[in-house]
Design a protein around this ligand. Structure first.
Ligand code: F6P
Length: 537
């Protein structure tokens, strides 16, 4: 992060330390309008933040100093910005709707390949939805089970829930990720083998959890249908690894490919979205991609100070680096977005949870925040207490949709009233005097006072549709990208997940060996021994 540019931001934080969000609003009746913007179907009101025009300007400078515009171009044009893995980062090519688009990687335009896979996915999902693709015994497919983990699971699950109103209701979709056998077992109890399609979704096709679940599902299917040949009609694959897919026993004709320039956590708009396409149909899926594309274009072309992902990224940096906020909360006031926080968690924390700069030096500032969240209003009756009156500063994004897909009485008005009221309460709080005026007994005043000055963003769309969902995801993707650029870290690798994976292999050996090696630390050895004793080894 550029030290000089940051100093300027820091100086403004110091100069404004006695000013609250309430003061800013009192000073300027036009504040809400000034600190709001619109893009790709979303309205962002960021006025309830600890900012003024000068702070925003200084933050934008930080982005300029990091050459953000040039970095954005590098990503969109296929430069190998994932340097530690030597890969381009081109999830934006997956949803590029420009008819004449050309995006070159290693001298080849990747767009025709993208469109070919999309067409193949479209044909396949049509055939499953229409019942022309049948199971081994001739039954229609009613159940789709996506087996994958991380980016090969969280996106499909999140979007499947989010776009339920657009989904084929007479089909059921399941997502098995955990290597805990309960996940698979409980899913298999709810499906019938003859009517089930398994999608094995794994970029590498080597991930322990996915491959173990896929093998177990294959054994179950063969047992249930009594013939190995049944696999061909009940298993398809989504992967970059043709040989591994073939070795697993899936005909590569039934494999939907993608490329090493699509990161796992950015892969939902690739073939990883196959289960979603089957659920909502290819037309709606196209609308979903169009939403992404609209936000992509906005991100690529809008001025930094009017650029929604950039503004959100800068605000995040202000609180992480300027106010020591360690966590960051995403609060969708829409039940259909219930898994959106979990989805963002991987996208953000696997991307920007990095401790060294691009030069391999330890960073001297904090990077990616701890991200969490739950849908409103549920969270209000759970953890909001801490956000309102606790000792931690937790910036929050409130996300809502003006229209509901399920109007029942005044429930939606109540939902939205709660959303708006929470941002009001967090920003403006309640003073001791206000409490007293309400007749609060003196001894209770400290407990009933709200400091306020707690920052929030509010994101509103008219309605949650495939298009607005796509643009919402792209918004957060680009926010994470922008922060990574400013922090000068590599956002597209994930070396931090390797060590545990490797050690688990060694531990597994010791769990099942005749005699454990005893070569771990005393704690791990003790846990292994205890487990072995409990299961009778
Ligand atoms: O363990 C982390 C990770 O590599 C994620 O980045 C990825 O989304 C997930 O595992 C699953 O990987 P794959 O799609 O190759 O099975």
């Amino acid at each position: 992060m550029d030290a000089q540019a940051w100093e300027k931001v820091d100086a403004l934080i110091d100069a404004n330390q006695n000013k609250t969000i309430k003061d800013y609003f009192a000073e300027d009746p036009d504040r809400a309008k000034k600190f709001s913007l619109e893009a790709a179907g979303w309205f962002l009101d960021y006025s309830k933040n600890r900012i003024d025009a000068a702070t925003m300007k200084a933050l934008v400078k930080l982005a300029e100093k990091a050459n953000l515009k040039a970095e954005i171009e590098k990503m969109f044009t296929g430069r190998k910005i994932n340097a530690t893995e030597g890969r381009a980062v081109l999830h934006t090519a997956l949803r590029n709707m420009d008819r004449n688009a050309k995006v070159m990687v290693d001298g080849r335009n990747v767009i025709p390949g993208v469109r070919k896979v999309l067409d193949a996915m479209g044909d396949f999902s049509d055939s499953v939805r229409r019942g022309t693709w049948r199971g081994f015994t001739g039954r229609r497919i009613k159940y789709v089970v996506n087996i994958g983990i991380g980016g090969s699971d969280l996106g499909p699950v999140m979007a499947n829930i989010a776009l339920t109103p657009y989904a084929k209701r007479n089909m059921k979709f399941f997502f098995v990720s955990n290597v805990d056998s309960t996940h698979l077992a409980e899913t298999l109890r709810q499906v019938k083998a003859a009517e089930t399609l398994f999608i094995v979704a794994s970029k590498t096709f080597t991930t322990q959890e996915t491959m173990s679940n896929a093998e177990a599902a294959k054994d179950w299917l063969v047992r249930e249908l009594g013939d190995r040949k049944a696999v061909a009609k009940h298993f398809v694959a989504v992967s970059t690894a043709k040989d591994e897919v073939a070795a697993f026993g899936i005909d590569v004709k039934n494999m939907f490919g993608f490329w090493d320039w699509v990161g796992g956590r950015y892969s939902l708009p690739s073939a990883i979205g196959l289960s979603l396409m089957i659920a909502i149909g290819r037309g709606n899926y196209r609308r979903f991609l169009r939403g992404y594309y609209r936000m992509d274009r906005h991100f690529r072309t809008a001025r930094l100070e009017r650029n929604m992902p950039v503004v959100m990224a800068l605000l995040g940096i202000l609180y992480s680096n300027g106010y020591g906020a360690e966590t960051y909360c995403i609060l969708p006031y829409d039940q259909y977005l219930s898994r959106f926080p979990a989805y963002c968690q991987q996208m953000d924390m696997e991307s920007n949870g990095k401790g060294v700069t691009k030069d391999g030096e330890r960073v001297t500032y904090s990077t990616g925040p701890i991200e969490w969240g739950e849908p409103g209003t549920n969270g209000q009756h759970s953890f909001y207490q801490l956000i309102h009156q606790g000792t931690h500063l937790i910036p929050c994004d409130f996300i809502g949709c003006s229209k509901t897909h399920n109007p029942i009485g005044d429930l939606h008005d109540k939902l939205m009233a709660n959303l708006f009221a929470q941002t009001e309460a967090l920003a403006f709080g309640k003073t001791a005097d206000e409490c007293r005026k309400e007749g609060v007994p003196e001894k209770l005043v400290p407990f009933k006072t709200f400091d306020g000055n707690r920052p929030t963003n509010t994101l509103l769309c008219d309605e949650l549709t495939p298009e607005t969902l796509g643009s919402l995801i792209a918004l957060y993707e680009h926010k994470v990208f922008t922060q990574g650029v400013i922090w000068n870290i590599y956002s597209f690798d994930q070396w931090g997940v390797q060590l545990g994976k490797v050690l688990a292999k060694g531990v597994l050996k010791d769990l099942v060996a005749k005699k454990p090696s005893g070569r771990h630390d005393s704690s791990t050895n003790q846990l292994i021994a205890r487990y072995r004793a409990a299961v009778g080894r």
